[in-house]
Design a protein around this ligand. Structure first.
Ligand SMILES: *Cc1c(COP(=O)(O)O)cnc(C)c1O
Length: 238
């Protein structure tokens, strides 16, 4: 028997007609980047997660590095992250010139909450919690540590779409929840995609500016942004 661990087409065949119809609709619409499909996906996803805002992006990595950029974390700052995290988590920190400080994981592959405080210094600005393998980390204790030490909290939910801690969905505990829709993720697109969720209107607005070359108004570029737009076709399929 041949076991294929990552059969990406299984989800496609399950809802084949719907996917094909949506793809045709978007192709025929004549609008391919940042349109109605993206905004309606953002609305639906925010509602599903239980956040006020969702902003669609090009990848999970973009969600992570833009999160720290927008929180103002950079050179000379330290961010605590568990040692068994994915490379993108570390890069989300290092792209900004900040320093990742590794904390040991516990037996459930989450950050060991008893080993966080010994790593906090004057330079610590944030904790990046990575909910691996669909399992939520111990968010009550982590939120408490962040409050006591005045730290920002970013959640990497690239593997935990819809996973809950104490009835609350991952991505809603901190300042920003980061998602990837890479095809193999819990919610996968048919190509690359990502998003953030937040309850903070200003943060959501900043993500919309940063994802589109730092531009809020056409040809007025206030910050050095990037190109991290979610395609209409991916948003529609998602
Ligand atoms: C996949 C993944 C990412 C990166 O997402 P991309 O969309 O591939 O950039 C980040 N963090 C974790 C935990 C992941 O599994």
């Amino acid at each position: 028997m041949k076991i294929m661990p990552n059969r990406m087409d299984r989800g496609f065949y399950k809802y084949q007609e719907e996917f094909e119809q949506k793809a045709i609709d978007v192709l025929r619409s004549g609008w391919y980047v940042l349109g109605n499909e993206v905004s309606s996906f953002e609305e639906e996803f925010a509602e599903y997660i239980g956040s006020k805002y969702c902003v669609g992006l090009a990848s999970g990595l973009d969600a992570l590095w833009l999160a720290f950029r927008i929180l103002g974390i950079g050179k000379g700052d330290e961010v605590l992250v568990q040692g068994n995290a994915y490379i993108a988590c570390v890069m989300g920190i290092t792209i900004n010139g900040a320093t990742p400080i590794f904390v040991e994981p516990n037996e459930h592959y989450g950050i060991d909450v008893d080993k966080i405080e010994e790593k906090i210094t004057d330079k610590t600005k944030a904790i990046l919690v990575v909910h691996l393998y669909g399992m939520a980390s111990e968010m009550d204790k982590i939120v408490d540590i962040c409050k006591r030490h005045n730290l920002k909290l970013v959640e990497d939910c690239a593997q935990s779409h819809g996973a809950c801690f104490d009835g609350k969905v991952t991505g809603t505990f901190g300042d920003i929840g980061c998602f990837s829709f890479y095809p193999s993720k819990n919610l996968g697109a048919f190509g690359d995609g990502g998003a953030i969720v937040t309850d903070n209107e200003e943060i959501a607005k900043q993500f919309k500016i940063y994802r589109n070359y730092g531009s809020e108004k056409r040809y007025y570029n206030k910050v050095v942004g990037t190109n991290s737009r979610l395609d209409e076709i991916q948003a529609g399929l998602l």
